[in-house]
Design a protein around this ligand. Structure first.
Ligand code: NAD
Ligand code: TYD
Length: 334
């Protein structure tokens, strides 16, 4: 079995590659990644001799068609993924998330691949009030900002290829991930790195926004369960293990884990159109796939803080920007 993993040098994609290499060593993995600011080849360093890495853009028709012809499955992670960047540069979200997904679907259809798994987000469903409710597979699409709007469009194209061409697709809509190799622009790795460096942490608005945190390893196991047991054409919602907390509660946990006090909290201007709360009901995945998350927030945050403490060289390269030279050193100037 040959699997094309798009965006495999990013946060979740690289964790998925590590997971798949460890659990399915018989499979061949090709990673296609453009190495935007979010892609870091260091994330794949320890599996470099077990995979094939191709630097390239999912929007590149010729490249994608030539790679997909030798592939059985595609697991599609590549995306522009950060809400705070979307207002400044919406076009790259449209281009990669919508057109790039379409390009992959078209190649997958022409080469009749066995499964196209699309990795999506719960943010396509909009947001929830603080006092209750959870998203599930029947939730209506109601994205409120550019990143989720582009992911929502990509989800629709994936389903359209299933209904129009019979392409064997599956989709997962997952809540907020955290864990190793997370780029420190997202709240958990940013706050861990700042606190370790003795810097303050910027809490947006009132800090009472709620996220349903899932450890990335649970997400990778969820995708594996969908690939192995999921029904073609279906969507599965994946969420964390009792890990719905406000940003302020999360910040206080990180302060405790890094031996800092509340004077390190800095309340800053709110994000425009900030989604109040996300929450996932994952009972369909539990029922049909036998999947459920296993890593609670306290265990997961402790592991994550330890991972950052034990990977200072990775953090230093990311913080300085030196990680972006690593591809040239590894693949070009050899
Ligand atoms: P990320 O930003 O860390 O990684 C994205 C990767 O895609 C990077 O390696 C980047 O170089 C690559 N990429 C970007 N544009 C590309 C292009 N045009 N061609 C080829 N490669 C390109 O993102 P992530 O957090 O790992 O998210 C991965 C996927 O999971 C995304 O589709 C995202 O929507 C989805 N998702 C993320 C979360 C989360 O909490 N991070 C939650 C649910 C779903
Ligand atoms: P983020 O990690 O950007 O993920 P998403 O936008 O996909 O949910 O943000 C998670 C929450 O943390 C969100 O409510 C915004 C908030 N946040 C802060 O308060 N400060 C920060 O510096 C960042 C990056 C996020």
């Amino acid at each position: 079995m040959t699997i094309l993993v798009t965006g495999g040098a990013g946060f979740i994609g690289s964790n998925f590659v590590h997971y798949w290499v460890a659990h399915h060593p018989e499979d061949r993995i090709i990673v296609l990644d453009k190495l935007t600011y979010a892609g870091n080849l260091r994330n794949l360093e320890s599996v470099a001799n077990k995979i094939r890495f191709v630097k390239g853009d999912i929007c590149d028709h010729e490249l994608v068609f030539s790679l997909v012809k030798d592939v059985d499955r595609i697991v599609h992670f590549a995306a522009e993924s950060h809400n705070d960047r979307a207002a400044m540069d919406p076009e790259s979200f449209l281009r990669t998330n919508i057109f790039g997904t379409y390009n992959l679907l078209d190649a997958a259809r022409q080469h009749q691949i066995k499964r196209f798994h699309h990795v999506s987000t719960d943010e396509v469903f909009g947001h929830l009030p603080l006092d209750g409710g959870s998203f599930n597979e029947q939730s209506l699409y109601a994205p409120r900002s550019i990143y989720p709007a582009s992911k929502a469009a990509s989800d629709h194209f994936v389903r359209a290829f299933y209904h129009t061409h019979g392409l064997p697709i599956t989709i997962s809509n997952c809540s907020n991930n955290y864990g190793p190799y997370h780029f420190p622009e997202k709240i958990i790795p940013l706050f861990i790195c700042n606190l370790r460096e003795g810097k303050k942490v910027p809490v947006y608005g009132d800090g009472l926004y709620v996220r349903d945190w899932i450890h990335v390893e649970d997400h990778c196991r969820g995708i594996e369960a969908i690939l192995l047991k999921g029904r073609v054409g279906e969507t599965y919602c994946l969420g964390g293990k009792e890990s719905e907390i406000s940003n302020l509660e999360l910040t206080k946990k990180l302060l405790a884990l890094t031996d800092r006090d509340e004077s390190f909290i800095e309340y800053v201007k709110d994000r425009p159109g900030h989604d109040r709360r996300y929450s996932i009901d994952y009972s369909k995945a539990q029922r049909e796939l036998g999947w459920e998350p296993t890593i609670g927030i306290d265990e997961g945050l402790k592991n994550t803080v330890d991972w950052y403490a034990n990977h200072q060289a990775w953090v230093d390269e990311v913080r300085s920007g030196a990680y972006q030279d690593y591809y040239e050193k590894q693949y070009v100037t050899r």
